[in-house]
Design a protein around this ligand. Structure first.
Ligand SMILES: N[C@@H](CCC(=O)N[C@@H](CS)C(=O)NCC(=O)O)C(=O)O
Length: 218
């Protein structure tokens, strides 16, 4: 019997984390990958894992000698690694501009402002702090997101891309935990995307894996 070729992609994950977005992307790509689940706490802060991600956080992806961390960067990397899946618009196209814009908007203002909002850090935000914060006011982030997805099936053009995956994941997740309001625009945009076959498959894989984990939800 021949030895199977070892998978080139190693996915460092925890099923109760942002890594769920990366698994959805791996499933969209039809990637051959190996999952390394890490417990929150000492396992994620071990010297072996810190050599991969000095932040001691998941997700991370190893592809041969390359290491990619940061959810948005991993999504963009995978979109390029599997061009046949057309999960990133063509370079130089107007759709590409939207794609980069919304990928970075989620990784920056959305990520930072929802974390701050959830943690109660914005209760006493001063005008000066809003002026210097990259996300400004939380309400402006919500309004901008609402405008971005209003009436849209996909955020950049006629095709599903990694930017949709990132936006829909964040919107779905944040509506569920109450950080984002359940606006009709958010529901109309995110809910159908979260029903894509790859999203459902990824969710099932992580839910099965979650049973083996005991650490508190991050
Ligand atoms: N900026 C990172 C955030 C990653 C992150 O915060 N991951 C959390 C789980 S959702 C984590 O690994 N926390 C464990 C820890 O900090 O010890 C990304 O977007 O990928």
């Amino acid at each position: 019997m021949s030895t199977p070729h070892p998978p080139k992609l190693r996915f460092f994950s925890n099923p109760r984390s942002r890594a769920r977005m990366v698994r959805w992307m791996l499933e969209e790509c039809g990637a051959d990958y190996e999952t390394v689940n890490l417990e929150f706490g000492p396992e994620m802060k071990s010297p072996e894992y810190l050599a991969i991600n000095p932040m001691g956080k998941v997700p991370a992806l190893q592809h041969d000698d390359a290491v990619i961390t940061e959810t948005g960067a991993i999504l963009a990397y995978l979109a390029e690694l599997f061009p046949d899946k057309q999960l990133a618009p063509a370079m130089g196209s107007p759709e590409r501009a939207s794609y980069l814009r919304w990928l970075f908007f989620v990784a920056g203002p959305v990520e930072a402002s929802t974390t701050a909002q959830k943690s109660g850090w914005l209760k006493s935000q001063t005008p000066q702090q809003a002026l210097s914060a990259g996300f400004g006011h939380f309400d402006d982030v919500v309004r901008t997101l609402q405008h971005a997805v209003r009436g849209k099936r996909y955020v950049c053009g006629e095709h599903f891309t990694a930017a949709d995956l990132y936006l829909a994941s964040y919107i779905g997740w944040s509506m569920m935990d109450g950080t984002l309001p359940k606006l009709p625009e958010f529901e109309a945009y995110a809910m159908p995307l979260l029903q894509r076959a790859a999203a459902v498959r990824a969710d099932e894989i992580d839910s099965d894996m979650q049973a083996a984990f005991t650490a508190p939800v991050a």
